[in-house]
Design a protein around this ligand. Structure first.
Ligand code: MG
Length: 440
């Protein structure tokens, strides 16, 4: 399998983890836990699983609050474990399950972490939304699982930590995000010849609009993504281009390349999912119909390539175009690069400020253009109070081989540190909006 893994043998690509074991590759069915099963990625994953019933056994499903949908999924797949956000959600879920089915129902951050590290689980799909997905991802890598990673925030917040834990526990990461999955596929068996990674961006619903034209856009307009059918948070992130900013951070951590070796190109058709430029200037691209089932199936079934229901791409019916993003109208992309260069927890601040600002925009409490302004304010405030940019997560001092309990404790302390900075940044954004300067 090693030859299918990106970056082996070269100094340019330093992939975040080693490949899954031969045993994992050949043991079927794979026992799968899905964190975020009721969201867009989770539902697509279950559609993939339903088409390949011999390939998977669903061991656990988790959501935050959509208990009706979780109950339907649970009745169909009958996993022995479920997890929800809190006791209220657990009671509501329990009431919806049939009398002959008694799964364990776990709750809260600890519940998600327990589900992600179940000894019987071999594979975890981490697909919760936002910073809330970090605990599950870390629990899965600490437990040495093969993690199909859709929660990009796990890397934005703690990419170095995930890398260190993978090195210690032997966990593997497979990238579900379509751009990173495309790059993963282009890099298979490569590494030393890579010049740069090129992430494509659809440009979102406001592609071509000027900064002035964006002043009065509505929530409904921002939610209308032209090519991909996604949840509300990521749809707004696509409209501001913050999604691409977070994806630059994700690529930085996954592939171990420099910030300046990651280029973003707007590609309105979303058919080229991303590209790799080699030293001789040849380009490798992965293309397909924009449908997340392709990337999800690639990860869940790696290294096998199985048929999916994604329709084939007819290249005779479309032209492919590319252009550079308008950073004046969409400053979030540059803010994310700035945070990544600055380190010292700036990416945590960026992500928290963005999540809060997007939430406030969706609640119609601030303008679309306020999102970037609020993030900039939060970054400036953090830089002013942390001028030395001391690293938030220094390299791990212990390994799983020497002391697994101490490793878990050390990770717990770092997560508390991330959570505290996250909470501070959210509070600042709420305070700024309450002050009236950024409200509608
Ligand atoms: Mg993506």
């Amino acid at each position: 399998m090693a030859e299918l893994w990106p970056g082996l043998g070269g100094p340019v690509i330093n992939y975040i983890s080693g490949p899954p074991s031969e045993r994992w590759c050949h043991t079927l069915p794979r026992s799968l836990v899905i964190l975020g099963s009721t969201g867009s990625i989770g539902r697509s994953a279950l559609a993939v699983v339903a088409k390949q019933p011999d390939f998977f056994r669903i061991l656990g499903l988790a959501c935050a609050r959509q208990v009706n949908r979780l109950a339907e999924q649970a009745v169909t797949f009958r996993p022995p474990c479920l997890a929800v956000l809190d006791e209220d959600a657990a009671r509501a879920l329990h009431a919806l399950l049939p009398a002959d089915y008694h799964p364990r129902i776990l709750t809260g951050r600890e519940g998600y972490a327990e589900l992600a590290s179940l000894p019987e689980a071999s594979t975890v799909l981490s697909a919760q939304v936002g910073a809330a997905g970090l605990a599950g991802t870390l629990a899965a890598v600490l437990a040495g699982k093969v993690v199909c990673l859709a929660n990009k925030e796990s890397l934005v917040l703690a990419g170095g930590l995930v890398r260190d834990i993978c090195a210690s526990t032997g966990a593997s990461v497979l990238p579900v995000d379509s751009e990173h999955n495309a790059i993963f596929q282009c890099l298979a068996g490569r590494g030393q010849e890579v010049n740069r990674l090129i992430l494509t961006a659809s440009g979102g619903p406001f592609r071509g609009k000027t900064a002035a034209e964006l002043e009065n856009v509505t929530v409904e307009q921002a939610l209308k993504h032209p090519n991909w059918n996604m949840g509300a948070k990521i749809s707004i992130d696509s409209a501001t281009l913050m999604n691409k900013g977070l994806e630059v951070a994700e690529a930085f951590h996954l592939y171990g390349v420099g910030v300046d070796d990651i280029t973003v190109l707007v590609h309105p058709q979303s058919l080229v999912h991303s590209m790799v430029e080699l030293a001789d200037h040849s380009l490798l691209a992965q293309l397909g119909t924009p449908d997340m089932r392709m990337a999800i199936a690639h990860c869940l079934m790696w290294p096998h390539c199985m048929p999916t229901e994604v329709p084939p791409l007819d290249l005779t019916r479309t032209a492919l175009t590319f252009h550079t993003p308008d950073l004046e109208a969409f400053p979030c992309l540059e803010l994310a690069r700035m945070a990544l260069r600055g380190r010292g927890g700036l990416s945590v601040v960026l992500n928290a400020a963005n999540e809060s600002a997007v939430e406030l925009f969706l609640q119609r409490q601030c303008r679309f253009t306020a999102i970037a302004k609020l993030i900039r304010k939060a970054l400036d405030a953090h830089s002013a109070s942390n001028p030395g940019h001391a690293p938030l997560c220094p390299p791990l001092a212990v390994s799983v081989q020497t002391d697994p309990l101490a490793l878990a404790q050390e990770v717990h302390i770092l997560v508390e540190r991330i959570s505290s900075l996250d909470a501070q940044s959210r509070a600042l954004v709420h305070e700024l909006v309450r002050s009236g300067e950024y409200s509608c």
